[in-house]
Ligand binder design. Structure first.
Ligand code: FES
Ligand SMILES: [Fe+2]
Length: 378
């Protein structure tokens, strides 16, 4: 987190912006299909869980969830009991939320808390947020036991570019680290978490990803909310390894702006990231929406929405301003539109009436994403 932070577009972001402004064709040139069963087959879901979610590094939260040292919060969205902490030195950790004495859940539940000590509710073994066992009652009754052997069990994790990633198996995080300059360009690590909320959606996780991989629906599904801010079909995308980066523009201004002027560029282009397997980040002109998808079942997904703003609000007006954006996005655009569309899709597809879905040339992001899933399963 001590790396110099570059607050300006990366070469890759600029190249994408120029492509968008050039008016060059931005779409694929052929239709394709996706088998309906990839969204509805429990065996397929189990295979994805094993090949993707149990294996690959996944974003779990923004750095801003733990803004200070000596903080902790429980995390159960992935179906396993986790404990996120930031230690005295400011280092983030992802531990099993499990006491090393006899396996008791350490912190029961609740919001982010300041906790220089984590005390097990059962026999009061006491840990610091770096996972060290620092005290236990009646140590004389554990003769020969070394506290150093009873460190909380940590899952592989890394913090980079304002995101905390974890994995269930030993992993190579070079990809997460390599993406950091993308997010440092937005000073993501310096952002303040304004609100977060978990949505429980009756949909396969990929239907939710799909909604953030195409611009075809923006003028239609979002007609009552944000559709008017965008021009139909003006978007470009590229690949960052297994991830995707896209840019959606307001065409009428694109030719006029100074591309080196980052605030101007961000005002007319919305960059978005689809981090494989299941994280979405949307860089609005003045704030960031992060969505962490946590698949529960073939037809059920939890999504945690995080709204990140450049700095903590200081006045009632500022709070009201951000509150309006939060409500518009979390309840309206995402909850009321994108997630609802995903649930309607699941409802239709689980009827078994369709063998395949058809993707148009504005939906090539979905094609690429599904191809990536297939490669990971192969
Ligand atoms: S189980 Fe945690 S202190 Fe005994
Ligand atoms: Fe959408």
């Amino acid at each position: 987190m001590d790396m110099p932070i570059r607050r300006g577009p990366t070469e890759g972001q600029l190249a994408l912006a120029r492509r968008l402004a050039s008016g060059a064709p931005t779409t694929g040139d052929s239709i394709s299909t996706v088998a309906a069963s990839v969204y509805t087959d429990p065996a397929r879901f189990a295979a994805e869980k094993a090949a993707l979610f149990d294996r690959l590094p996944t974003v779990i939260a923004p750095s801003a969830l733990l803004p200070d040292s000596n903080m902790a919060v429980t995390h159960d969205g992935f179906g396993i009991p986790l404990l996120l902490t930031r230690d005295k030195q400011g280092v983030a950790h992802v531990f099993w939320n499990v006491c090393r004495h006899r396996g008791t859940r350490l912190i029961e539940t609740g919001e982010v808390q300041k906790c220089p000590r984590i005390v097990c509710p059962y026999h009061a073994w006491t840990y610091t947020p770096d996972g060290a066992l620092v005290a236990l009652p009646r140590p004389d009754t554990f003769p020969g036991m070394d506290k150093a052997d009873h460190h909380l069990v940590e899952l592989p994790n890394v913090e980079a570019g304002g995101l905390i990633w974890f994995a269930r198996q030993p992993n190579d995080f070079s990809d997460a680290i390599g993406l950091a300059p993308e997010f440092d360009a937005f000073d993501l690590a310096g952002h303040h978490l304004f609100r977060r909320r978990v949505h429980d959606i009756a949909s396969n996780w990929k239907l939710i990803m799909d909604a953030f991989l195409e611009g075809y629906h923006v003028q239609r599904l979002h007609a009552q909310t944000i559709g008017r801010f965008f021009t139909d079909g003006v978007s470009v995308a590229d690949q960052l390894g297994i991830h995707q980066r896209s840019a959606v523009g307001r065409n009428e201004y694109l030719a006029e702006i100074d591309h080196e002027h980052w605030p101007q560029l961000r005002a007319v282009i919305t960059f978005a990231y689809q981090l494989f397997p299941a994280t979405i980040m949307i860089m609005s002109p003045d704030y960031v929406n992060l969505m962490v998808l946590m698949p529960q079942d073939v037809g059920r997904t939890l999504v945690e929405d995080f709204m990140l703003i450049p700095q903590p609000p200081t006045t009632a007006e500022e709070i009201e301003h951000w509150e309006k954006s939060w409500t518009l996005l979390d309840e309206g655009v995402f909850g009321g539109e994108d997630y609802r569309a995903a649930a309607l899709g699941q409802s239709g597809l689980s009827s078994g009436s369709l063998e395949t879905l058809t993707l148009g040339t504005l939906e090539t992001g979905i094609r690429k994403f599904h191809d990536q899933v297939e490669r990971a399963l192969a």
